[in-house]
Design a protein around this ligand. Structure first.
Ligand SMILES: [Fe+2]
Ligand SMILES: [Fe+2]
Length: 354
């Protein structure tokens, strides 16, 4: 595949080429792309729809009220030691994860994409990951937490250290600056990296979010849960981007989806659910109100099944959702029912009244 510059230079040899002809040759990876971002007409309209939805979802972390959380955090009787510990560990993990993901998208993923509308969606996603990094910093500052304790936790907490390491190893398979798509093996590696994004966005984040929602259900740290709900809405879009990317690459390059490859991907999901459960169980120990090791495991398996099915793989576990109240958040659209208050809310630019 020639470079963007080579394709640009060659374009003058065919001055009468219509945009539609170029767009018909457009693919997620290994497609024709001169780098000029011509997004009309579209080859992958789902990417443009998601981009527009993400624009409407614009919000700012500083606008989320945290006064009640500050009051509770400073009240020695408001949260018990286990709740404080689970809060800090969850915050440490999500902040690490969003940091890793911001770099991953910018350095590893977007440079191989040859569909401009898909690139735009990922660029917007990168902005949102950066916003999430800022959101956690806002929480750390508002509560007066020690940044060393939260951001540096991975250096002392060996469970967090090995969890981050596993995530990094999964996304690092294509982080060699010389890595190029265009061979069978490398295209499989790229597809696997996209599916690692589904695992990251759709399993790892979801288990951490659960902790904040359960605390909120127990009337604890409501502002943090609201911040997480905003982040969760964004992550839901990111999950959709990478599910579409995966399914479209499967259509455009069906030879990559071999049975060996499917088995490898399935094992990645099994490992992710297991790792997440082990981590979660060390966080909640014997449980916090409403959340036990057993319903945590069932929830992770339920979520894992949904992600497997979203890319055309059979479910792995026989599990149901033990937290049906969470559906309104994790599978929401623009207008939804506020699961805390039971009121209908609308979500768009400048509307944070929910
Ligand atoms: Fe994020
Ligand atoms: Fe994300």
């Amino acid at each position: 595949m020639s470079t963007k510059l080579e394709q640009y230079i060659q374009s003058k040899d065919n001055p009468n080429t219509r945009n539609a002809e170029i767009i018909n040759q457009r693919k997620i990876i290994n497609g024709k792309d001169d780098g000029l971002m011509q997004i009309s007409p579209l080859k992958h309209p789902w990417a443009d729809e998601l981009f527009r939805t993400m624009l409407k979802n614009t919000w700012m972390p500083q606008e989320v009220p945290l006064a009640k959380d500050v009051e509770m955090w400073n009240d020695p009787n408001a949260l018990n030691e286990r709740e404080r510990n689970v809060y800090k560990r969850s915050l440490a993990f999500v902040s690490n994860l969003d940091g890793l993901q911001t770099n991953n998208l910018v350095n590893n993923i977007v440079r191989h994409i040859t569909s401009p509308e898909v690139s735009l969606a990922i660029v917007r996603q990168s902005f949102e990951e950066a916003l999430h990094v800022h959101s956690y910093a806002t929480m750390v500052e508002a509560l007066g937490l020690d940044p060393d304790e939260i951001y540096g936790m991975y250096r002392r907490d060996m469970q967090l250290y090995s969890k981050n390491k596993t995530v990094l190893q999964a996304i690092s398979k294509i982080d060699d600056p010389l890595f190029k798509t265009g061979t069978f093996e490398n295209d499989q590696l790229f597809l696997e990296a996209c599916i690692s994004n589904i695992i990251l966005e759709g399993i790892y984040f979801y288990s951490a979010f659960l902790i904040f929602y359960v605390l909120r259900r127990n009337n604890k740290m409501p502002g943090s849960a609201e911040m997480i709900q905003f982040i969760n809405k964004d992550e839901d879009m990111h999950l959709r981007i990478f599910t579409h990317i995966t399914n479209t690459i499967k259509e455009e390059q069906p030879e990559l989806w071999t049975s060996d490859f499917q088995a490898r991907i399935r094992q990645n999901f099994i490992n992710a659910v297991e790792m997440e459960y082990n981590w979660g169980a060390t966080c909640i120990e014997t449980g916090i109100s409403g959340l036990t090791p057993s319903n945590l495991k069932e929830y992770l398996q339920f979520v894992g099944n949904m992600r497997l099915e979203s890319i055309g793989l059979a479910p792995e576990w026989n599990s149901n959702n033990p937290f049906p109240w969470i559906d309104e958040i994790t599978q929401s659209n623009m207008i939804e029912v506020n699961f805390f208050e039971g009121t209908v809310k609308e979500y768009s630019i400048g509307t944070l009244e929910w």
